[in-house]
Design a protein around this ligand. Structure first.
Ligand SMILES: NC(=O)c1ccc[n+]([C@@H]2O[C@H](COP(=O)([O-])OP(=O)(O)OC[C@H]3O[C@@H](n4cnc5c(N)ncnc54)[C@H](OP(=O)(O)O)[C@@H]3O)[C@@H](O)[C@H]2O)c1
Length: 267
């Protein structure tokens, strides 16, 4: 089904899964509002997509989501341009695999703002328009991380991803009767710039069968939110990992987690 005249806002659209979401929504007839810090990347994505059709619009707004005024600035931009946001993909994010106490507090604070503060405010700010128009599709790109053995670090990545999953659940069940669906997307290892940005290049060398493409992850996310699913773990292998982690004793998963952390993560 084509969604002509509907518009999606995608955060973190300059790379990886966000870029793939831009392609998927565009292919399905959506106009796009793309945001990230690297606007040169967004301009290139826009130019590339507009080669296929001139019937859809693409807007770009630069925003650093660690800045607490960013969600309001994005909202004001849309208001000034008379753009109604019908779908929202909260995708921007990164990892920080250092020990909890070694990360400076301002870095932790920025991380919480990107992954929790801005994500939550974007939903809060655009939801009333969705309620008025009785149409909303929201995807929060969470992760498989909370389902699998914990890393041997007190990092904030899994905790914020659990928040995103629980928030998606709450929003979905509160507003689904008003034709507003909210999906927590839980990818496992996905080819993108994520592990380079997190200074974990060695993870890229793990076997190929463990990985999914960002295109496939975004396609599955689009299908899930359009069909009203609240949660999706991408791919059968990741579903299997999530399942066995629930079944086998915690002591064992912790030991495996410790082993993998020591092998894969820098100090
Ligand atoms: N790749 C994986 O294996 C994997 C697995 C599970 C979940 N995820 C989740 O998937 C999401 C997308 O990650 P990805 O794999 O596509 O990584 P990626 O290729 O590194 O892309 C991350 C995106 O987030 C944006 N971003 C980062 N910090 C930002 C900030 N302060 N303000 C605004 N935008 C910011 C980046 O844009 P700019 O740098 O241009 O601002 C970029 O567009 C994340 O939420 C991540 O946690 C990834």
């Amino acid at each position: 089904m084509s969604d002509q005249n509907k518009t999606v806002l995608i955060t973190g659209a300059s790379a990886g899964i966000g870029k793939s979401f831009a392609e998927v929504f565009f292919k399905n007839g959506f106009n796009l509002v793309l945001t990230a810090r690297r606007t040169d990347r967004l301009e290139a994505i826009k130019a590339n997509l507009l080669q296929t059709t001139k019937n859809q619009e693409i807007h770009i707004i630069s925003a650093d989501l660690s800045n607490e005024v960013a969600p309001r600035e994005i909202f004001n931009f849309c208001k000034e341009q008379n753009i109604h946001i019908d779908a929202l993909v909260n995708n921007a994010g990164y990892g920080n695999p250092q020990s909890f106490e070694k990360v400076r507090w301002d870095e932790h604070s920025d991380f919480i703002q990107v992954m929790i503060g801005s994500l939550t405010e974007l939903i809060h700010i655009f939801l009333p328009g969705m309620i008025d128009r009785r149409y909303g599709r929201i995807i929060n790109v969470a992760s498989l991380a909370p389902y699998i053995p914990p890393a041997d670090r007190g990092g904030l990545y899994s905790p914020v991803k659990i928040y995103q999953i629980k928030l998606s659940e709450g929003i979905h069940y509160e507003y689904m009767d008003q034709n507003i669906f909210c999906t927590a997307l839980c990818p496992g290892l996905t080819r993108s710039e994520f592990h380079i940005a997190a200074n974990m290049p060695e993870v890229a060398n793990t076997p190929d069968f463990l990985w999914m493409s960002s295109e496939k992850v975004a396609e599955q996310g689009y299908e899930a939110v359009m069909s009203g699913k609240n949660l999706i773990i991408n791919g059968w292998l990741n579903k299997f990992f999530a399942l066995i982690s629930m079944i086998i004793p915690k002591m064992l998963t912790k030991t495996v987690g410790k082993y993998l952390t020591k092998k894969r993560m820098p100090n």
